[in-house]
Design a protein around this ligand. Structure first.
Ligand code: UDX
Length: 434
């Protein structure tokens, strides 16, 4: 199938490459010439395991091409995916500027019947509105078959999630579109759910909101466990063994970040409020998430009431491992608190380049974890990059000035760290000693 994808961001590029991998011919369209030039020359401008190799292969095979020429791209394709961003406005509502731009572009250049598929996460009712926006900017009256086909892939795991999705949701009133999408996904052995456009939109928000709820639930339980003297890891394990609950998304830590959960939770809360059906549970989910980093900071402060001049080492800046994405990363909330306290900060992350703004604030980036901790008074883990578990922790301790270790992701085994002579604090297991 010949497919056009509008929006060569993270989701669009990954989706395009996966379609190419499945044997389709893909054209990636974006108004950002730099992005297009980079992709066209075979350079993936973000980090995602396995994707760079895939891009090189498909460019070489001409199974994917990239363009800024909207007119030609839209005229030549009858299946058009929209994967542009829907960031948060200050009100919490989703900003639909890019979606509207894509609709106007399709309307302007549409010359025949089209199937338009939204993959971006959009508020309930947007897919129907999009049809009107396309019609308003179009002279052509041939039908547009609107479809909502939400994307569930996780950064850092995108290829696996896109190649083997847990489910394929097709929201459409058009038999033509449903038939075409079923054909597109015919080699993917995942359950397919055909539903209305609004239900498909809601499924995406409700899924992200539920996963965020699991995280805030376990984080609040972890706070209780700290007080009650119970290790949260055992509690999460015991809960997760119940298949009605399941073990994923029960890792307590500094809270959720990234480009989806924070924005989607905010959008759902804001639109539910607007519709007159406030989501009380979700409001608390957000509150727990907002306060989790200050909760963890209070553990640091209980040992270091004054941080001015203290050498602080931080491991991990990305919002989660295996990505260089720092959007809404809780690590930066921690960083900001240490900057406010005038600590001397040294950070390490395997993939993230610290921006000059932070360097100007006095934060130093190191590329070697052992150097990052040199003479440090305390070490704080903000992102659970797997390579941190492989470190020689005896050497880490030897390099530190004082062996204070605050594990914001519960990634290390506290008892082992204590045996090595560290003062160790995680989240939800403070009971073990005091
Ligand atoms: C999420 C959804 O999982 C995905 O289906 C959707 O398409 C996009 O949003 P992503 O943001 O890439 O994916 O990452 P995810 O693995 O879900 O993690 C989100 C945040 O939750 C991260 O900050 C992570 O550290 C945190 N998290 C996750 C926890 O704190 N505990 C957990 O147990 C799991």
């Amino acid at each position: 199938m010949d497919i056009l994808i509008i929006g060569m961001g993270y989701v669009g590029t990954t989706t395009g490459l996966v379609f190419a991998q499945q044997g389709h011919h893909v054209t990636g369209l974006d108004i950002d010439q730099q992005k297009i030039a980079s992709l066209q020359s075979g350079n993936l401008y973000f980090y995602e395991p396995g994707l760079q190799e895939m891009l090189s292969t498909h460019i070489k095979n001409h199974t994917i091409t990239f363009t800024c020429d909207a007119e030609a791209a839209i005229k030549n394709h009858d299946v058009i995916f929209i994967t542009v961003g829907t960031p948060s406005l200050n009100s919490g509502k989703a900003d639909l500027t890019y979606i509207k731009q894509a609709a106007e572009m399709i309307g302007r250049y549409k010359n025949e019947e089209k199937i338009v598929v939204i993959k971006s996460t959009v508020p309930i009712g947007t897919t129907d509105e999009l049809e009107e926006w396309i019609a308003l900017s179009s002279k052509d009256t041939s039908p547009v078959h609107m479809t909502m086909n939400p994307e569930f892939l996780r950064e850092g795991n995108a290829l696996k999630d896109a190649l083997y999705p847990s489910r394929i949701v097709i929201g459409s009133q058009s038999d033509t579109a449903i038939h075409k999408l079923k054909e597109l996904y015919k080699d993917v052995s995942s359950p397919v759910l055909v539903t209305s456009t609004k239900a498909a939109e809601m499924i995406k928000y409700a899924s992200n909101a539920f996963l965020a709820t699991k995280i805030s639930f376990i984080n609040e339980m972890a706070r209780l466990c700290d007080k009650a003297g119970v290790p949260i890891q055992d509690v999460a394990k015991g809960m997760g063994l119940d298949e009605r609950i399941g073990s994923p998304f029960l890792n307590s830590g500094l809270g959720y970040g990234g480009s989806c959960f924070p924005k989607d939770v905010k959008e759902l809360i804001a639109s539910a409020e607007e519709i007159g059906s406030p989501l009380h549970i979700l409001q608390r989910v957000e509150e727990v998430n907002q306060t989790q980093s200050t909760y963890f900071m209070s553990k640091v402060k209980s040992k270091f009431p004054r941080l001015k001049g203290k050498r602080v080492a931080i491991f991990g800046l990305s919002f989660k491992p295996n990505t260089d994405d720092t959007r809404e990363s809780v690590a930066f909330r921690m960083l900001e608190q240490f900057v406010q306290e005038e600590a001397k900060i040294f950070v390490h992350d395997p993939a993230v380049n610290l921006s000059t703004d932070w360097v100007k604030k006095g934060v130093t980036q190191c590329w070697d974890p052992y150097i990052t901790v040199k003479e440090a008074d305390l070490l704080v883990i903000c992102t659970e990059w797997p390579q941190y578990t492989q470190l020689d922790w005896k050497r880490v301790k030897g390099n530190m000035g004082n062996p204070y270790l605050f594990d914001g992701r519960n990634m290390l085994i506290g008892e082992e760290m204590k045996k090595l002579g560290f003062y160790y604090r995680g989240i939800g297991s403070d009971c073990i000693d005091h």
